[in-house]
Every structure is written in structure tokens, then in C-alpha cells.
Design a protein around this ligand. Structure first.
Ligand code: GDP
Length: 444
């Protein structure tokens, strides 16, 4: 999990100061020593660390903290604000061309995640912003890059423009933009070639594409797992091309966080998006404040709610609400709900967004790798239609059959049926309470 070490250490050091009614300079010094080490260990650029520590220390021993009633809390607030600032402060938006299409050039080293991110970004633009993007396959050097983009396009039902690998990338970009104009696409995402390291030929070619396509954004895709190297790569690309934003990929992995915390400060370029997994919906707009909040263990409810909103089918949600109200919720519906939860991403990632969930008893060692969900699915799928509608008919011999069919022990089937029964009971109680509240003119 990204930032794990950093988060643990930072949370440990702020914990000590949190409840203090009085904070001395020595307390702040002690805490900042720990913060400094934690950041360096997370592979944050040393100049960035030095500045950060200076900034926080100055504010922490200043009037705003020392004179406050809750100095411990205030110090933490300062750390959070400065961490947010370090990652760019405000969330950075995507540019929109005055005259469509808006052209976005995706650049970066090979393997950073350019092709995947191009697909994810196009999908996000369509899903969240109702845009009509065109993907352009201009990476003619990496074997199979064109095919990969085409496959992604097919998977997402998004159009991909390609001309094979015998035409120059500059020509492809030009023709792609023309095509977008003809077909009224409002965004063009050009997936360019990467190399294993920065070299002049690559940069020259990218410069030519830039000149010709006059992009509104040049997004540098960097692999956050590469830590400090990512920052150096970003500087090189920026010097040569003038990038407009950074996409950090693989933040779902166990990156220590150095790239995320240094890149903005060193290059001055905003982090626009974060790649959070291999799946096509695993791209999030980068919110510095929310990220700081996550690192400090304060949760990120806003991202969680947004995730739910983009992933859950609205019609389905309404239908489900009605079923809940009328208590006609079946095991089939339950299965459907599980599917939707699964689409939102790995459960342990979701739990991290709930404030304090990581400290909650039982949740820290819960098996949330999705395996359990798979078992529940297998069990429900082994039932007949009638059993799913009326679970009360599931007697001992039916339970045995379901256990055989799903390959799960009979206790698990019993547990699931019991849980489902309880859930229904609870729903009934809630519905009744709601109905009463309405009659009394209550506040439902
Ligand atoms: P390119 O050479 O820059 O086009 O890189 P690709 O798009 O082919 O990505 C390289 C690998 O990184 C692929 O296996 C992707 O699935 C994977 N990848 C890309 N973004 C992410 C991410 O945010 N998280 C994870 N876990 N994997 C990613």
C-alpha cells in the first residue's frame, strides 16, 4: 500500500503531540526530527524535506499555534496544510481549448503507464464529463503498443485512430487531429512513444509532435514506484518539452511516496491525476488536500463518495432503494450489490478512505482481498432461482447441495443465510421507523 511507512511514522509522531494542552519549542523540535526522518525514508527529495521542516517549524512555534487553546491539534493542522501545499495546494483542472478539440499529448518513459493512462483518462472524460474523446496511437516503436491501445479502446468502446507502425508519429498525430475535427471529437489523446531512458531522438520526435499538434496539455506520466528517479525524469521532460501536468501512476503499489511529495515542488508542475490500479476505472483526479489527509490517517470520505457516485448505476441505486423500502430485497439483489462494491476497487483501499478505519478493531486484519466476496458470490450462484427469492425454503439437504456446488463449507452457507436474514430484519425495522416518522410528521 502506497505511503504506508510514511503514514505510520507521521501518524506516530503527530499522535504524541495531538492531545497536548501545552506545546513547547522542544516538543515541536522533537516532532520535526521524526517528521524529517520519515520523509527522507520515504525517498522525498532532501531539499524539499529541508524546506518543509523549516516551514512547519516556523509556523508551529509561532503565535497561531502557541496562543491557541488546542496547540497539539493546531500543530497537526499546520502539518496537514503544509503537506497539502507541498503537493500543489488546490486541485488542478484539465485545460479546455477555445476551439475543440482539446489536444492532450501523453509522454513518459516506457512502462510508466502511458498507454493504460491514455485509455483511463479518455474513459474518465467520457464518464464524468460527458466528453467525446479520440485516442491516437502514435507509439510505433514499442512492440504491440498500438494493439494495446486498440484493445483498450475496444474494451471501453472508445474510438482509436491508428495508421500502423510504418508511418511517422508526427504524421499520425496530424492525421489523428484532423480525424477528430471531422468527427467532432472534443478531446484528442495522443499516446506517444517512450524509451527506457530519456534520449535525444525521443525528445526530438516529441518536440516535433508538439510543434505540429499545438497541444493544450502535455501530460507526463510517471511511475511513482521509481521514487527520486521519477523526479529527475520529470525535470528532463519538462526542460525539453515544457510539460503542463503530471500523472502519477501505480500509487496503489507499495511506493514510499517520494515522487508524489517531491515532484510538484521540484518541477513546479501540478499533479493532475493519480493511477490507482491496473483496471480501467482506476484513475482519480489528484486532490492534494485529500491525499495529505489520507497520509495523516484522517481518511478521505469525499473521494469515497465520488467513487461511489461514478461507479454505481443510478437507476439501479433507485430500484434498490425501492426494494429496501418495501423489504423485497432478494439474494439476487444482494449479489448485484456485491458486484457494484467490487467495481469500486479493492476493499482495503476503500477502507483507507474512511477516517479512523485503519485503527478500528477488527478492520485492520479483516480479509479484504476480495476473496470473501468471491466466496459469497459462489454460494449465491449455486442456489436455484426460487431459493434466491425465498431463502426460507433452504433446508438442510438444500444447504448440503449448495455447499457442494459452491465448494464452500456448510458453515459458511449457514452464516450467509443468517446474515441475510438479519439484514432483512433490520431493513424492516428501518422502514417501519421511517413510516412512523412520516406519520408523525417527523424529519425523514
Ligand atoms: P507505457 O509503456 O508507458 O505505455 O506503459 P503501459 O501503459 O503499457 O503500462 C505498463 C504497466 O503498468 C502495465 O502492466 C499496466 O497495467 C501497469 N499500470 C499502469 N498504470 C498503473 C497503475 O496506476 N497501477 C498499477 N498497479 N499498474 C499500472
Amino acid at each position: 500500500m502506497a505511503f504506508e511507512g510514511l503514514a505510520d511514522r507521521l501518524q506516530g509522531s503527530i499522535q504524541k503531540i495531538r492531545g497536548k494542552g501545552k506545546v513547547s519549542e522542544a516538543d515541536v523540535k522533537e516532532m520535526m526530527r521524526e517528521v524529517r526522518l520519515a520523509l527522507l525514508e520515504a525517498d522525498v527529495n532532501f531539499k524539499v524535506v529541508k524546506n518543509f521542516v523549516k516551514q512547519v517549524s516556523e509556523r508551529a512555534v509561532g503565535q497561531e499555534v502557541m496562543k491557541s487553546l488546542t496547540p497539539g491539534q493546531q500543530v497537526i493542522k499546520v502539518v496537514k496544510e503544509e503537506l497539502t501545499e507541498l503537493m500543489g495546494g488546490e486541485q488542478s483542472q484539465i485545460a479546455v481549448a477555445k476551439k475543440p478539440p482539446t489536444v492532450i499529448m501523453m509522454v513518459g518513459l516506457q512502462g510508466a503507464g502511458k498507454t493504460t493512462t491514455s485509455g483511463k483518462l479518455a474513459s474518465l472524460l467520457r464518464k464524468k464529463h460527458n466528453r467525446k474523446p479520440l485516442l491516437v496511437a502514435a507509439d510505433i516503436y514499442r512492440p504491440a503498443a498500438i494493439k494495446q491501445l486498440e484493445t483498450i479502446g475496444k474494451q471501453l468502446s472508445l474510438p482509436v485512430f491508428s495508421m500502423g507502425d510504418q508511418v511517422s508519429p508526427v504524421e499520425i498525430a496530424k492525421a489523428g487531429i484532423e480525424k477528430a475535427k471531422e468527427e467532432h471529437h472534443d478531446y484528442v489523446l495522443i499516446d506517444t512513444a517512450g524509451r527506457l531512458h530519456v534520449d535525444e531522438t525521443l525528445m526530438d520526435e516529441l518536440k516535433q509532435i508538439k510543434e505540429l499538434s499545438d497541444p493544450d496539455e502535455i501530460f507526463l506520466v510517471v511511475d511513482s514506484m521509481t521514487g527520486q528517479d521519477a523526479v529527475t525524469v520529470a525535470q528532463n521532460f519538462d526542460d525539453a518539452l515544457g510539460v503542463t501536468g503530471v500523472v502519477l501512476t501505480k500509487l496503489d503499489g507499495d511506493t514510499r511516496g517520494g515522487a508524489a511529495l517531491s515532484i510538484r515542488s521540484v518541477t513546479g508542475k501540478p499533479i493532475k491525476f493519480a493511477g490507482m490500479g491496473e483496471k480501467m476505472d482506476a484513475l482519480e483526479p489528484f486532490h492534494p488536500e485529500r491525499m495529505a489527509s489520507r497520509i495523516l490517517g484522517m481518511g478521505d470520505m469525499l473521494s469515497l463518495i465520488e467513487k461511489a457516485q461514478t461507479n454505481v448505476d443510478e437507476d439501479k441505486a433507485k430500484e434498490m432503494e425501492k426494494k429496501l423500502r418495501t423489504a423485497s430485497f432478494t439474494l439476487d439483489d444482494f449479489l448485484d450489490q456485491l458486484g457494484q462494491v467490487k467495481q469500486m476497487g479493492p476493499l482495503d483501499e476503500l477502507l483507507k478512505m474512511i477516517p479512523g478505519a485503519n485503527k478500528m478493531k477488527g478492520l485492520d486484519n479483516i480479509d479484504v482481498d476480495g476473496k470473501q466476496l468471491g466466496h459469497v458470490e459462489a454460494i449465491i450462484q449455486s442456489m436455484t432461482a426460487q431459493e434466491k427469492e425465498q431463502p426460507e425454503i433452504i433446508n438442510a439437504s438444500r444447504r448440503k447441495r449448495i455447499a457442494r456446488g459452491s465448494g464452500r463449507p456448510i458453515q459458511e452457507i449457514n452464516r450467509l443465510l443468517k446474515q441475510f436474514e438479519e439484514m432483512k430484519k433490520m431493513m424492516k425495522q428501518m422502514t417501519n421507523a421511517q413510516a412512523k416518522g412520516k406519520k408523525r410528521g417527523g424529519f425523514n
